[in-house]
Design a protein around this ligand. Sequence first.
Ligand SMILES: C[S@@+](CC[C@H](N)C(=O)[O-])C[C@H]1O[C@@H](n2cnc3c(N)ncnc32)[C@H](O)[C@@H]1O
Length: 210
Amino acid sequence: MKVGWGDERTDFVSSYLARHDLDEWEARFSPYDEELYCAVLDRVTSADIVIEIGAGDLRLALRLAQHVQRVYAVEVNPLLVARALEEIGLSLPRNLAVICANALDFPIPAGVTVGVLLMRHCRHFGHYFDRLQAVGCRWLLTNARWKYGLEAIDLKAPRTPFAELTEGWYACRCGAVGYVGMGSCPDLGPVEVEDCPACRPEGAGDWTAA
Ligand SMILES: C[S@@+](CC[C@H](N)C(=O)[O-])C[C@H]1O[C@@H](n2cnc3c(N)ncnc32)[C@H](O)[C@@H]1O
C-alpha cells in the first residue's frame, strides 16, 4: 500500500489539496501504532455507531466493524480507498460503509455515537467537533488536540468560558490547548473550555501551544 504521492504528478496533487482545503501534512496517510488502535477499540461498545474521519487504508475501520454496530469510514483520498477496497475485495463487512469524500462537508449520519479522528496534523478540529456535537454524538476519540496518546472527549460535557480560567491547562473546543497563569498548577488535568483566544480570528495564534 503506497502512503504518499511521490509517484503521482505534482500538479494533480496540488490541485487535489487546494480543492479539498487540505495542507500536505493533513492529507498524508500515515498509520498509527497498535497501542493507539487498541485504545480506540477499548473505548467502543457493540451498541456504538462510529464515524472514522480520515480512515486511510481502512485498517482501523475494519477492526472497529468487528466490535460496533456500524462504521462509517470517510476517506478523502480516492487512490487510497481504491487500493484498500481492492485488497479487501468481497470480504468488506456489511456493517462497514466506506465513503470516499471530504469529511469537512460530508453530512454526519444521524445516530452516530462516536467520532474517531486520528489525525495529528488536523487543521479543522473545531469544525469536526461542532458538527459531531450538532448531531448528538457523545464521544470524540482523537489525537488531534494534544498530538499524542488518545483523548476521549465527552461532547456533551459542559465547557468553562475561557475568560473564567485563571490558572491551569486548558483544551478548547476549537482544538487549541495551552496554559493560563504563572505555572502554579502544572499537574492538574486540563479544563475543557470554549471561547479561547484562538477561537477568535483576531486572536488566532495568541495562545500557548503545549
Ligand atoms: C494520519 S492518516 C490516519 C489514517 C487512519 N485514521 C489510521 O489511523 O490508520 C489521516 C488520513 O486522513 C485523511 N484525511 C485528511 N483530511 C480528510 C478529510 N477532510 N476528509 C477525509 N479524509 C481526510 C488523509 O487522506 C489520511 O488518509
